[in-house]
Write a protein that binds this ligand. Structure first.
Ligand SMILES: [Mg+2]
Length: 167
């Protein structure tokens, strides 16, 4: 179980990920969390930097999909603005929605990378799917109450993994 909480990579921000390297490793689909991974929780603005980033990923030949536990209205509006695949109310860490995403994209789990800011939803779910996982630092400290509670447990796990040299 603990193993499933360990991301393959930990990085500060989506903008620091080396996608050319991921491409060389056979990754075809990029699944991104939305809140505090792509933008601040609740933010509806699409930063220019993010639009450019998405365009570059598409240009490199990746399929991009937003998988969020947030509601249809929020996720839909945002994803349509970026013209990417999307799934809302995903129920992460359950893998059900991740499976729908890879099916729609026509790829295998091992050709997929899941990027997110939460160990107990994005990383656990991505690892259970059998995808590559990348943990990013949350963009903002503002978040959903339930998430704030989970962060406390997450801190303990991160401290433990660091101590063991696994992170
Ligand atoms: Mg998030």
């Amino acid at each position: 179980m603990l193993k499933k909480l360990i991301p393959n990579m930990q990085i500060k921000s989506i903008y620091e990920i080396d996608f050319k390297h991921l491409k060389e490793q056979g990754i075809l689909l990029i699944i991104c969390d939305l809140d505090n991974t792509l933008v601040e929780w609740r933010s509806m603005d699409i930063p220019e930097k993010l639009s450019v980033w998405i365009k570059e990923l598409k240009h490199l030949g990746f399929k991009v999909c937003i998988v969020s536990n947030n509601n249809i209205e929020r996720v839909g509006k945002f994803a349509q603005g970026l013209d990417v695949l999307w799934f809302a109310k995903a129920g992460k860490p359950l893998t059900r929605t991740f499976h729908l995403a890879i099916k729609q994209a026509g790829v295998k789990p091992e050709q997929t990378v899941v990027i997110g800011d939460q160990i107990f939803t994005d990383i656990l779910g991505g690892n259970c799917l059998g995808a590559r996982t990348i943990l990013v630092t949350p963009i903002s400290k503002r978040e959903f109450l339930g998430t704030r509670v989970m962060r406390k447990a997450e801190k303990l796990v991160i401290a433990y993994l660091r101590k063991k040299g696994k992170l």
